[in-house]
Ligand binder design. Structure first.
Ligand code: SAM
Ligand code: SF4
Length: 326
């Protein structure tokens, strides 16, 4: 098992398969984004090796993200390799859903268990404005494909951006009246390049609950408010699905954090919102032994920061969300 110096058991790794993406969401990237050359990213064999090392250190839960994980070449075979690694008990993906219509079945067959799909609005026009390049129908088809392939329970992630989708939140919530999905509202976090925009556009959980309550009836708090992963859950009256709130900025859940991240260029990132990283790919390519690499991982985990300091105005500016793996 891997513990940090605060006694937290860190066993959940989010791996960014690529920093590249086929959309350009306004809160995540600029439209003229440039990406790293593929040679700088972990190659398939390197990624599988790191997965094995992390499982040997007690990691059992893995999420594939990005950038957009489904645009990585050979993603199905890569998923198959990760799923087959002894010790990988949970394997999920966060995706924009654009390619899921085609990939849901092969990914499920390769061993992927679940997906979180980003959907910020059910308003087609607004969806295009937020994602810049996205087509709502493609993602909707992707969501249905994921459900019928058994990549369940389907969770939808909506980053709430004032002035863009804050008027559509009740419609998003209403999806849970018709589908057994979890619709999750995520507070926007400040990152490199977008900090001013993001900070000024945050909409708090209390405000969202009030908006939903006015249109759909008051959502009931579930599990006495105990977090399910990082989400606080609610249910609308008679809904088969649930609502989730991920309020990392206004109500941080750092005390219960069990996760670390592996960036697409092979750096162990200890906290999403702190710049501290341990380069693993350069030593691997320079011939470090596997036991040296495991020691670097363990030492990095031990030094994991307690949590973010957004309340003090501290923002990590060395990387964008899409590079780290959200
Ligand atoms: N491309 C995939 C997707 O969009 O689902 C995976 C990567 S994306 C960076 C992962 C999640 O981070 C998405 O749900 C996205 O909406 C969210 N995200 C991106 N920028 C964010 C920000 N500044 N604050 C909060 N969430 C953000
Ligand atoms: Fe791409 Fe996901 Fe960022 Fe949108 S949120 S630009 S889909 S990486």
């Amino acid at each position: 098992m891997s513990f940090d110096r605060f006694g937290r058991n860190i066993h959940y790794l989010r791996i960014s398969l690529t920093d590249h993406c086929n959309l350009r969401c306004v809160y995540c990237m600029t439209e003229n984004m440039t990406f790293r050359p593929n040679a700088e990213l972990m190659q398939d064999d390197e990624l599988l090796l790191f997965t094995r090392l992390f499982t040997e250190l007690g990691f059992d839960k893995f999420r594939l993200t990005g950038g957009e994980p489904t645009v990585r070449a050979n993603v199905v075979e890569l998923v198959r390799g990760i799923a087959a690694t002894p010790g990988v008990n949970s394997l999920s993906m966060t995706t924009n859903g654009v390619l899921l219509k085609k990939l849901a079945v092969p990914l499920k067959q390769a061993g992927l268990q679940r997906v979180n799909i980003s959907l910020d609005t059910v308003n087609q026009q607004r969806f295009q404005e937020i994602t810049r390049w996205g087509k709502f129908e493609q993602v909707w088809d992707g969501i249905l494909a994921a459900e019928s392939a058994g990549l369940t329970p389907v969770k939808l992630n909506a980053v709430v951006v004032r002035g863009f989708n804050d008027g559509d939140l009740a419609e998003m919530a209403k999806l849970t009246l018709h589908f057994p999905w979890q619709v999750r509202f995520i507070e926007m976090m400040p990152f490199a390049g977008q900090t001013d925009f993001q900070r000024s556009q945050i909409v708090s959980e209390a405000e969202i609950l009030e908006m939903i309550g006015k249109e759909c009836g008051h959502p009931a708090l579930l599990n006495n408010g105990i977090l399910d992963g990082e989400a606080r859950l609610y249910r609308l009256p008679n809904a088969p699905g649930t609502l989730g709130f991920i309020s990392s900025v206004t109500q941080p859940f750092c005390a219960g954090c069990t996760r670390a991240r592996l960036t697409a260029d092979g750096k162990l990132r200890l906290c999403l919102l702190k710049e501290k990283e341990v380069d693993l790919l350069t030593p691997l390519r320079s011939g470090a032994s596997l036991s040296d690499l495991k020691e670097m991982i363990s030492a990095g985990i031990w030094q994991k920061p307690w949590g973010h300091d957004l309340a003090k105005g501290e923002v990590a500016i060395n990387r964008m969300m899409s590079e780290i793996g959200g």
